[in-house]
Design a protein around this ligand. Sequence first.
Ligand SMILES: *Cc1c(COP(=O)(O)O)cnc(C)c1O
Length: 398
Amino acid sequence: MTSALTGTRAELPGSWPAALAPDCLEVIDLPTPYLVTDLDTVAGRLSAFTGALPGFQTFYAMKCNPSAEILMTVRDQNASFEVASLGELHQLERLGVTPADVLYSNPVKPPAHIAAAYAAGLWRFSFDSPNELRKLAEHAPGSAVYLRLHVDDSESSFPLSRKFGAELHEGRDLLVLARRLGLRPYGITFHVGSQCANADAWRQAIDASGKIMSSLLDEGIRLEMLDIGGGFPARYATGVPSIEEIGAVVTAAVDDVLPYRPGLLAAEPGRHLVAEPAVMAAGVIGREVRGGENWLFVDVSAYHGMMETIQLPTGWDFPVRSTADGPADAPRLPFTVTGPSCDSSDTMFYGLSLPATIDVGDTLYIGSAGAYTLSYASAFNGFPPPTPLFVGNPPWQL
Ligand SMILES: *Cc1c(COP(=O)(O)O)cnc(C)c1O
């Protein structure tokens, strides 16, 4: 843990924690690549999130970044966790988290994971089909089940709904079937897609959930939970709605369109909490001209954590700074930025504007890099994944 970094730099993107300003990072005596996370910023974002969604309980979606330091920071603020596998649950147990407080929101689970999670005391599972309900009835008899609903995720950067989610018209029958199978019809959840830029997506999904809640009342089923999932955006190079704006829309929808207020209102933020607090440092290992274009070779790539740069046809607008940055009017050139491996598909950025002088020995600082990076990173081609590094002053000790 390094907590002594000091210094600031004037023109940082809005999403960039001051503690991770490039001139602060230059003193880090560690080989690249590394991912440095400011835990104070994580804690601050979590309090802003809970402040913007009063009455909601937070379950951090740990797949986004499962570093123990982050899990401890979240746990310390009385938030809980959302898991997708037994491996994630075991990791939480090692940190002293009680399984009974955890949500298992992966709608399609290995039977052995269901049985072991249930034996450990986890009692709430999501589902989206009769097949999954039968699995749960067999391996977690009597457990509480919540329906994953298919909602409009077209406003997000990474839609999920083709993979998961029951249709609105199936919802009522599925929760009735749950009861018939001896399970506890517990709630409804959805995911509006990752990096969702439109708060109205949550309002529409809450509206759909309310319709199912109403239709179950004449079956004598009153649901106990509404879980609005994840998808809360982080800021990259361009603006996104603030958590306060989204919170206002969600809070109003809960008050206006639900037939009653369930006992538990849950949210499962991932990216929103951990993307902006971290910077990826990538060392420049080569500069070449290929087909008339400037190419920069660095020691981190899509395979070493920057997977999201290749997941979208349009690329991904990470804010980037470097040790070669000079005055605002210093000359810049467009670069293709690629990784160190012998595979060409690890290229991260096209046409990225960088200082004309950048060269071997400089470091690229890629901002808002804390989400879906470390957990994806491999040692492909013998190049090591980024070393996790943490700054800040969390109140806990590992
Ligand atoms: C991944 C995931 C989340 C978090 O998604 P973000 O877009 O990172 O907020 C929340 N809930 C579930 C069920 C998930 O699978």
